[in-house]
Write a protein that binds this ligand. Structure first.
Ligand SMILES: [Zn+2]
Length: 463
């Protein structure tokens, strides 16, 4: 029996401007997809013939344009057309890919696949915990498994859970039932972290449920507030042997998740940018990080805003400060040929600076994706990158030729600070800045989401 394996992921952001292009996707085809996916062994050990399709994964970006979407979707469909007798299909999606003119990229592809494979074919998915589940998803997918960690560290376990469940069902002739309940809340993504209560306890409950013989997966999806679409919200999805079980357990989890809606808080100081800059300058800690959450490149924003940099330039701090990862192609290009130590004028900032260092951008996949240029304005160094970047670890600073350890204040374009940077941060300030990844739901002005929606609306709800 054959199982087709593929992955196609890009988390969308309706407010962002940069649509992912074909070359923005990290791409593998055939056997090479298993450099990235871990499910091959599971299927082979269970006696299945594995048919690899493609792996195409891009950083969070603006919505996907139809042509780009179809370029990759068509390759997956081609594999399915060549193997219409497949017993199973496994796909690792994100779950929040919004395609222009199409809507949910995941749902659209699943509908097409269902039109090709046999009625008996089982489809299993792995999804990000921030997937915005469509109402129809469970009509097209049999097994759905989401990450249980935010920040995400269990991508491997999530793949294995779906793959193992798919093997079990195919070998035992079981047709599982997936049931989804939309939980009408949409909270600040960065306040929802699974290492802390109340999510910690709820996740443990899903793990206990999955130990039951009659439940394959039990999932909490927390939603992702940066897409203006009808499927944007939290949800629960349960896959079980019996439809009634899936429904009952999904509703029970939904009610429990709903009950926690007022419990989520930022786990660090979260303030407007002006206050963060003030606190960072006055702070006594050895090194203070500020995350520019409204321009969070890992949430699809461009990383091109200079609001916090301008605040520091105006404040002229007596601390060594680094603002890292400002996207500005024109600036890098125009000043690139000036040697280190050379004086430059940056008109866009109305400031004179000195070139501090030339460097490279370490990309998401640890490859070099372009050039960076660091300009010093007194005590404030600004690292400009010709393409969008995410400074998530010390390696990004190293490649940019700036010494992270030499700074007392560091600004990065993230939401919560990535685990890899935490050891360098004696204090963390979350700047509630405006931008494509602004965390204030009311300021996002979402028009297409289902209402009522907490916290925009106050209402009673029960699954
Ligand atoms: Zn996520």
């Amino acid at each position: 029996m054959k199982v087709i394996v593929a992955s196609f992921q890009c988390e969308s952001n309706s407010k962002a401007k940069l649509h992912p292009q074909k070359h923005d996707f990290e791409y593998f085809q055939g056997e090479d997809i298993f450099k990235k996916l871990v499910v091959k062994d599971v299927f082979e050990k269970n006696g299945f013939e594995v048919v690899p399709s493609i792996y195409a994964v891009a950083l969070p970006s603006a919505t996907v344009e139809r042509e780009t979407y179809e370029y990759y979707a068509e390759q997956i469909l081609q594999t399915v057309r060549e193997n219409p007798d497949a017993a199973g299909v496994y796909i690792f999606f994100h779950g929040s890919m919004e395609v222009e003119e199409i809507g949910s990229g995941e749902l659209y592809l699943l509908k097409k696949i269902r039109g090709i494979v046999s009625e008996k074919c089982l489809i299993a998915l792995s999804l990000d915990a921030h997937a915005n589940i469509t109402d129809e998803l469970c009509s097209y997918a049999d097994i759905i498994s989401g990450f249980k960690t935010v920040p995400h560290i269990d991508q491997v376990e999530c793949q294995l859970r779906s793959a193992n469940a798919l093997c079990y069902c195919l070998k035992n002739g079981v047709k599982p039932h997936a049931y989804m309940v939309r939980v009408p809340f949409l909270l600040k993504n960065d306040t929802l972290q699974t290492a802390y209560e109340p999510l910690k306890g709820l996740i443990e409950e899903t793990l206990a449920l999955e130990k039951r013989e009659d439940i394959f997966t039990a999932n909490l999806f927390l939603g992702h507030c940066w897409i203006d679409a009808p499927n944007t919200s939290a949800s629960t999805v349960v896959c079980a042997l019996e439809k009634q079980t899936a429904e009952r357990v999904a509703k029970d989890l939904a009610n429990k998740l709903w009950a926690t809606r007022r419990s989520y808080r930022f786990l660090c100081e979260a303030e407007l940018p002006e206050e963060c800059v003030k606190r960072a300058i006055e702070g006594k800690e050895r090194r203070i990080f500020i995350t520019d959450s409204g321009d969070n490149t890992t949430a699809g924003a461009e990383g091109d805003t200079t609001g916090i940099l301008r605040l520091f330039l105006a404040a002229n701090p007596n601390k060594k400060t680094c603002v890292a990862g400002i996207t500005d192609y024109e600036l890098v290009n125009a000043l690139w040929n000036t040697k280190d130590g050379g004086q430059v004028r940056v008109e866009s900032l109305n400031a004179d600076g000195v070139i501090k260092s030339h460097g490279e951008i370490l990309g998401w996949t640890k490859e070099i994706i372009g050039r960076s240029l660091t300009v010093s304005f007194g005590n404030v160094d600004a690292v400009f990158t010709e393409y969008r970047s995410a400074f998530i670890e010390k390696g990004n600073f190293d490649k940019a030729n700036v010494d992270l350890l030499g700074y007392e204040i560091v600004v990065v374009k993230l939401g919560y600070l990535f685990t890899e940077l935490k050891p360098y941060a004696d204090r963390e300030l979350f700047a509630l800045s405006d931008g494509a990844s602004c965390v204030e739901l009311a300021r996002l002005n979402l028009k297409r989401i289902v209402r009522p929606m907490f916290p925009l609306d106050e209402f009673d709800w029960e699954a």
